[in-house]
Design a protein around this ligand. Structure first.
Ligand code: GDP
Length: 453
């Protein structure tokens, strides 16, 4: 059984994370440093896949017990298969953390740098500061606010064998009852277990949104709200596809024809409310008619919300157009959606509609992609050698390193000496290089220049 070890200085949140993953509260957590001193191990399961989890005492040099605790913690790390090194995201990175982290990386095991206490978006953005550690995987999260734990689990799941290969564990019913009785109130509800992709169907009136919804949901229109761990909004419709829930957002109204619609203002308002809850937008265009300004305004909202996107050229059956010319027209008109794949369909005859399902899975995979730090930095270095950053008033502009600090969509901090000197054209050049090297079709890439602190 795979063995995961939690390491880090005292008070960074190891015990809270242990409890969250173990779904119970054994360790006493407190604001006093060093409340949990001993190493403890428990069998847990992550999305039904069993593994062992070890919480180690804090690695704190100021503690009198430091020598003993450090030895214990390091030996726990040596025994483990996967290491999670936690740091406190509310503090600045320090040398001690960096050294400890390096000594763990040297063990040659999959090691993630978990930046805890990223309680809000602002904290999360600051996690890039820990990018200087050069961790292959950096995961900002907040155990207490239940943010980012699903990202961590997703990463861990890539190492855990699937259920059918995993050894069966016997469940002791009495013990289970005890646990449920003691379920602590402070714990926030678990994030939904089943992978769910929220999909928004957008476009102006009469382009075929309702027809497309019908064709996509089709016979499988089983609403999956009774699948464990899912919460479906009453205005949404969901289907299960390849063990993933496709949740079509805010479809109320899309099924009734002939409603009063068409006011531009209404179309844009609906689009916004859909996009707020969406991961992937299906932008529906009518291929049988010239594109309009409203198409463009709706499309520009996808960019604003930084969503994955697929452009659906509908009514292909009556378009009398050739693919090359039509896609060129789309690319020309919707320049800011250059990353989105284009698919031609007929929602009426359902022709090619089935291909959209796989495209959604692929685009979502790209949207959630995590680029290994070393590969990312190799690329940035190579790109900047090939094409130098323009100097800023005679001063050399340099990127020290790049760190992906978030997914959905991928967000990458470029840590540099003069972030203000980063030109849009250079950003675009780097984005193109990233797209050539990694599978990122359908997702925006957000590059954020930052000054090294
Ligand atoms: P919505 O307003 O975007 O939801 O558009 P509807 O789905 O109500 O479709 C508007 C009209 O276009 C209806 O009369 C549909 O039958 C028709 N329509 C939708 N998709 C297609 C298609 O792929 N081909 C053709 N020929 N007609 C379509």
């Amino acid at each position: 059984m795979l063995h995961i070890a939690l390491l880090g200085k005292p008070n960074v949140g190891k015990s809270s994370l242990f409890n969250r993953l173990a779904k119970e509260r054994i360790a006493i957590t407190s604001d006093f440093s060093g409340t949990t001193r001993d190493v403890r191990t428990q069998q847990i399961d992550i999305d039904g896949r069993p593994c062992l989890l070890t919480d180690t005492g804090g690695l704190d040099e100021s503690s009198a017990l430091f020598g003993a605790v450090k030895t214990m913690s390091l030996s726990a790390a040596k025994k483990a298969d996967i290491i999670l090194y936690l740091v406190d995201g509310k503090n600045y990175p320090d040398e001690e953390d960096r050294k400890l982290f390096y000594s763990l990386v040297k063990l040659g095991k999959p090691t993630a740098l978990v930046v805890n206490k990223a309680d809000n978006d602002k904290d999360k953005e600051r996690a890039w500061e820990f990018g200087s550690f050069g961790a292959e995987v950096l995961i900002p999260m907040s155990v207490s606010h239940n943010r980012g734990t699903s990202n961590l689990k997703k990463w861990l799941l890539t190492f855990l064998p699937a259920l059918e290969e995993a050894p069966q564990i016997e469940e002791d019913e009495d013990e289970w009852d005890d646990f449920t009785e003691e379920e602590p109130e402070e714990l926030l509800p678990e994030e939904p277990q089943d992978p769910t992709i929220n999909i928004g169907i957008i476009g102006r009136v009469n382009v075929g949104k309702s027809s497309l919804l019908n064709a996509l949901v089709g016979e499988e229109r089983a609403v999956v709200s009774d699948v464990a761990g899912t919460t479906i909004d009453p205005v949404d419709e969901s289907i299960m596809y390849n063990e993933t829930i496709f949740n079509f957002v805010d479809t109320a109204g899309l099924r009734q024809r002939g409603r009063i619609e068409g006011i531009e203002h209404y179309a844009l308002k609906r689009t916004q409310s859909v996009l707020e809850r969406t991961d992937i937008a299906l932008l529906v265009l009518d291929a049988s008619q010239p594109f309009t300004e409203l198409d463009e305004r709706i499309a520009s909202l996808v960019e604003k919300y930084e969503l994955g996107c697929i452009i659906v050229l509908n009514k292909w059956d009556i378009a009398h157009a050739d693919f090359k010319n039509s896609t060129e027209a789309v690319r020309d008109r919707f320049k800011f959606l250059a990353y989105a794949p284009i698919i031609t369909v007929s929602a009426l005859s359902k022709k090619r509609v089935a291909k959209i399902h796989d495209l959604i899975l692929q685009v979502h995979e790209n949207y959630a992609r995590r680029i290994p730090t070393s590969k990312l930095n190799e690329l940035v270095e190579e790109a900047s050698i090939r094409h130098h950053l323009p100097s800023d008033q005679g001063k050399l502009v340099k990127i020290y390193f790049a760190t992906q600090f978030d997914t959905c969509p991928p967000r990458i901090a470029l840590v540099m000496n003069r972030p203000k000197a980063m030109h849009f054209s250079y950003k675009r050049y780097l984005m193109n290089r990233l797209r050539e090297s990694f599978e990122l079709e359908g997702t925006p890439i957000i590059l954020i220049p930052r000054k090294r602190g």
